[in-house]
Design a protein around this ligand. Structure first.
Ligand SMILES: Nc1ncnc2c1ncn2[C@@H]1O[C@H](COP(=O)(O)OP(=O)(O)OP(=O)(O)O)[C@@H](O)[C@H]1O
Ligand SMILES: [Mg+2]
Length: 399
């Protein structure tokens, strides 16, 4: 099995050397023989020896010195020492010096062969081990350099994200002021009290007001998201009752629901107080309810359900509307992604759910969605109850 291994036989008794070389060659080893330690050393320097089989007692360079030199030249080499019965002590020393095995002279080929096979196998295992270690070292070095590039890329992305946030929040400020002024004057022009305009003019002005409101909502949401992402928004976490907030949210959404002939089914709230920022919680409720109305069908229903379990309040908003495919659900919670409704006549900016998710998570809650295309969707927000929540934290960490 290790017949391809190369064995260097060293013995100063020429007849013994010759006999050994012959036997080993017969058994398929590749063999070379040397009669002196010096000649063997020269051979070892050339390389290519897998197993060194050496006599112990030789003039000048003896077996022990040869063993030492061989291991210095090739730390993986396997060495077998041949020793007379009287020099077994030296054989033990040779083993301590790194020899793989020894055999006591005189010996038969049948005794030597298994020892040589073992030695050759040990050599092969050491070589494989070394190759594996080298591969492992290389892999570790690759991973380390990959980590460095990843970290650099992460820092770059963070810098770019920060620059985007700064840009957005300053732009939003710059846009809001003139936009409010445009809206204000357009409202005056659209008003029936402004008598210099006829009906057509008023209709045009009303269009300006409507488009302006949409733009202002977009700017406000962008500003809100930028603030949340840069950690500049302070959350006022407090003990809040859900019922009044829910009522306020329903009042905001009621006109839209009426216009779309959607019924709002809101139960009496029986769950304990929550730990939340009341203004932001109302914003969350308005976002979910307005979506459930906007993406409903005419004559559809929006059903709210509230429950408390394991220290958390669960607020679920179900609709009987368009529903969302698995692909659309995967795209939810991404800024400006309107799940393929970009060109529909349902107005929206694609930021409501992103902001909602960030706010819910900042309040140590989570938002989930279950939906079936054509049947409807349920968005569920879970927030900690006040009783179990730790003392309110003051601000929202950057997203
Ligand atoms: N209840 C729902 N049923 C079906 N689709 C929904 C529902 N809620 C959200 N979606 C889909 O997810 C998209 C993202 O919702 P999101 O509330 O973030 O944005 P929006 O409603 O388009 O705009 P806005 O920023 O004004 O809320 C929507 O455009 C809509 O396609
Ligand atoms: Mg929305």
């Amino acid at each position: 099995m290790h017949t391809c291994s190369h064995v260097l036989v060293v013995d100063d008794q020429i007849t013994h050397l010759q006999a050994l070389c012959d036997v080993l060659t017969q058994h398929g080893f590749s063999v070379s023989g040397c009669a002196t330690g010096e000649a063997a050393l020269a051979h070892l320097r050339e390389g290519g020896v897998d197993v060194l089989l050496t006599d112990l007692v030789m003039p000048q360079i003896d077996g022990l010195a040869l063993l030492e030199a061989a291991i210095r030249l090739d730390p993986l080499i396997a060495c077998v020492i041949m020793t007379g019965a009287g020099t077994v002590d030296s054989a033990v020393r040779a083993m301590k010096g790194g020899a793989s095995d020894y055999i006591v002279k005189p010996f038969k080929a049948a005794a030597l062969l298994p020892i040589l096979h073992r030695a050759a196998e040990a050599r092969q295992l050491r070589q494989q081990n070394q190759a594996l270690e080298a591969a492992l070292r290389e892999r570790v070095a690759q991973l380390a350099s990959l980590n460095v590039s990843l970290e650099a890329a992460r820092q770059e992305a963070e810098r770019a994200n920060h620059a985007k946030t700064v840009f957005l929040s300053s732009m939003s400020h710059e846009l809001r002021t003139p936009l409010n002024s445009i809206l204000g004057f357009a409202q005056i022009l659209a008003s029936s009290k402004f008598r210099k305009f006829d009906n057509d003019h008023q209709r045009f002005a009303a269009n300006i007001v409507q488009a302006g409101r949409h733009l202002l909502a977009l700017v406000n949401e962008v500003l809100d998201l930028a603030k949340i992402e840069s950690g500049k928004i302070a959350l006022q976490l407090d003990r809040v009752e859900l019922a009044p907030l829910l009522q306020q949210a329903c009042e905001v959404v009621a006109p839209l629901a009426q216009a779309r002939k959607v019924t709002l089914a809101v139960p009496a709230v029986t769950i304990p107080a929550l730990c939340a920022d009341p203004v932001r919680l109302r914003q969350i409720l308005v976002n979910l309810l307005s979506n459930a109305v906007k993406y409903n069908r005419a004559g559809g229903t929006v059903q709210m359900r509230c429950s408390a379990i394991d220290g958390y309040a669960s607020i679920a908003v179900s609709d009987t509307g368009l529903g969302l495919s698995a692909d659309q659900q995967a795209a939810l919670f991404k800024p400006f992604d309107r799940a393929g409704r970009e060109h529909s006549d349902i107005e929206g900016t694609g930021l409501g759910l992103v902001i909602t998710q960030r706010l819910v998570e900042a309040m140590r809650g989570r938002i989930t969605v279950e939906s079936e295309l054509g049947t409807g969707s349920t968005f569920c927000v879970e927030l900690p109850l006040a009783a179990l929540a730790p003392p309110p934290a003051a601000s929202l960490a950057g997203g």
